[in-house]
Design a protein around this ligand. Structure first.
Ligand code: BEZ
Ligand code: FE
Length: 278
């Protein structure tokens, strides 16, 4: 062990304790995390009280987690880390559809819906809308039988999984499949903007920093087709508030659509997906 005469010597010694880690990747991750953590503490000249406040924040974040609440993911979302991980891991090839965060409100087991069928099963005061388009490969060839697993909030901004006693089992959830021309058509309601859960430590931290907790209205899609990368993305409504201050940094310009009256007078948006070969 070297003489721990100061922060530099301390960092060298801490890093050295990881030199023999049998898992090379774990060693790289741990040593980088430690380097950045020490640098952060030194940069802000962290006080003891601030260190304790951080410990208490992390403790509260863990304590509020449950089977249905993941406050650490929410923390990652609001710090832009979830989006960064998505950007690095999906990295769409030029010309293919961009991805974004999954979010906590996906539920497996949605019912199959026919093209054109509405996934709105409950009363809702909002605008009924249609989202339609084609799904192709990067050369523009239609892909048939592509699975689009969809979910969204109602006009008041609630997902079915947040209101299991207040909404029907599969309200605003459904699985659509493209036809032989690669076409799909989803009838639904204009998705409502909504607050991310903000009654816990993440909400307190947003508030302390004068940050908002709203997300703009969007339709989630999880697109699956053999031979292509699974695409988890959203389609955003240009009319929604919060496109430019989304609490979780999920918006991409290429994912924003306009709902305008179509030939039959329905409010409709076209969104074409281009899947990225696996
Ligand atoms: C969502 O889009 O459902 C969502 C994403 C991140 C945090 C909270 C909600
Ligand atoms: Fe959402």
């Amino acid at each position: 062990m070297s003489d721990l005469t100061g922060p530099d010597e301390l960092l060298t010694e801490v890093l050295a304790r990881y030199d023999d880690a049998p898992n090379e990747r774990l060693k790289i991750v741990m040593q980088a995390a430690i380097r950045h953590l020490h640098e952060f503490v030194r940069e802000v000249d962290l006080t003891r009280d601030e260190w304790m406040a951080g410990i208490q924040f992390l403790t509260a974040t863990g304590q509020i987690c449950s089977d249905t609440r993941q406050e650490y993911i929410l923390m990652s979302d609001t710090l832009g880390v979830s989006t960064l991980v998505e950007m690095l891991n999906y990295s769409p090839t030029e010309g293919t559809t961009e991805n974004t965060v999954l979010g906590p409100f996906y539920a497996a087991g949605s019912p199959e819906r026919a093209n054109g069928e509405s996934m709105l099963d409950d009363e809702d005061p909002g605008d009924e809308v249609v989202v339609r388009g084609r799904i192709t490969d990067p050369d523009g060839n239609p892909l048939a039988g592509v699975v689009l697993d969809c979910w969204q909030s109602n006009t008041d901004g609630w997902y079915q999984v947040q209101q299991v006693d207040g909404q029907s089992d599969f309200n605003l959830r459904g699985i659509y499949r493209t036809d032989d021309d690669g076409r799909y058509e989803i009838r639904t309601v204009r998705p409502g903007k909504y607050p991310i859960p903000h009654d816990g430590p993440v909400g307190s931290l947003l508030k302390a920093n004068n940050r908002g907790w709203m997300r703009p209205g969007h339709l989630h899609t999880w697109v699956k087709h053999p031979g292509y990368k699974e695409l988890i993305t959203h389609i955003f409504d240009r009319k929604s508030d919060h496109l430019y201050d989304d609490a979780v940094f999920g918006v991409r310009e290429s994912l924003i659509v306009d709902f305008t009256p179509d030939e039959s007078g329905e409010l409709a948006a076209t969104f074409d997906f281009v899947l990225d070969p696996a």
